[in-house]
Design a protein. Structure first.
Length: 316
């Protein structure tokens, strides 16, 4: 019998999806890809395969999980299996550079970003911001990795030369314009099946030390899934949210084969939107969803179930 295969490296982040799959009586199997092997001459089982591999896997001791997952996804795609969030999506998940370039390709404005490898090069790149505030972040990130706010090159120099400096897992540090949100919030747009589900407003007025964007992204504040978030009021579904940016987001998702994602933007004092993150391993806030009457993981489970039915019709 065909199944839904969930590929991941963190059981805490799949717990609520599994509950929804069981609630809908959908057959499933978890593939935990912390380590393992794949025989490229073998034939994959029948079913659909949903990748929830995370860019932050190395912070949980799973340094090479994305590389193994990429091999598995390539093997599945070579054998014409139905893959949800496949190898192209994983490329975007583990590289903000690729995310920003893809966003710009679709006319979606991103914060000005400079890429640097090496401490001297990071300091040299900081000079390009002409004395304005800027942030640093890791290219292969998640969980707000490497996010620091600086007001000068001298401040950055002290950080780079200190024991607190975080070396990115792929060596790439990004320096980026610091975008100020006058109302202290960011918006995250959730998509299932490549289509807009809802937008959630995240209050960034408290608990912030750094950038009001990445340091307060939904995934960072309530990971693993947020069922017991200490600040649930920070998350509110924006009822009736309708903005032209949604159409551009959906075009980008379709072009890259992204079926499940959360995309985050921040609005500056002039009302300009800057998109700064595509999260293809998205989670949801349960209290905000209960208040809004929409449930992300339930919608994902329904989507996977429908894809499985389509496959079974095709095969039979």
């Amino acid at each position: 019998m065909s199944k839904i295969y969930v590929l991941h490296e963190n059981e805490e982040w799949t717990e609520h999806l599994i509950k929804r799959l069981e609630e809908l009586n959908l057959p499933y199997e978890e593939w935990f890809l912390e380590k393992g092997s794949v025989d490229l001459t073998s034939v994959p089982p029948g079913g659909i395969f949903y990748s929830r591999m995370s860019a932050s896997s190395h912070t949980r001791g799973h340094r090479f999980a994305p590389e193994l997952t990429n091999a598995v996804l390539s093997w599945l795609e070579h054998n014409n299996r139905v893959v949800i969030n496949g190898s192209r999506v994983l490329q975007l998940e583990i590289s903000k550079v690729q995310q920003y370039l893809e966003l710009e390709k679709f006319g979606i404005k991103t914060p000005r970003t400079v890429v640097a490898v090496g401490k001297d090069e990071i300091l040299e790149a900081a000079k390009k911001f002409d004395g304005k505030k800027f942030i640093t972040k890791h290219n292969r990130a998640g969980k707000g990795l490497g996010v620091q706010l600086f007001e000068s090159v001298d401040a950055l120099q002290k950080y780079v030369d200190s024991d607190q400096f975080e070396e990115p897992v792929d060596g790439i540090t990004l320096l980026q314009d610091y975008i100020v949100s006058p109302e202290s919030y960011i918006t995250r747009c959730e998509f299932v099946g490549g289509k807009f589900l809802y937008a959630v407003r995240v209050d960034t007025s408290e608990g912030f030390e750094l950038c009001p964007a990445d340091a307060c992204s939904i995934g960072d504040l309530f990971c693993p899934v947020g069922e017991e978030s200490s600040k649930p009021a920070k998350f509110q579904i924006r009822e009736g949210f309708n903005h032209p940016i949604i159409e551009k987001y959906e075009q980008l998702l379709q072009a890259n084969g992204i079926q499940v994602a959360g995309i985050e933007f921040i609005e500056n004092e002039d009302g300009q939107l800057f998109t700064y993150d595509i999260n293809t391993n998205t989670n949801y806030n349960s209290e905000a969803e209960a208040n809004g009457g929409t449930y992300g993981m339930l919608e994902v489970a329904k989507f996977l179930g429908n894809e499985l039915k389509k496959l079974e019709v095709t095969v039979n």
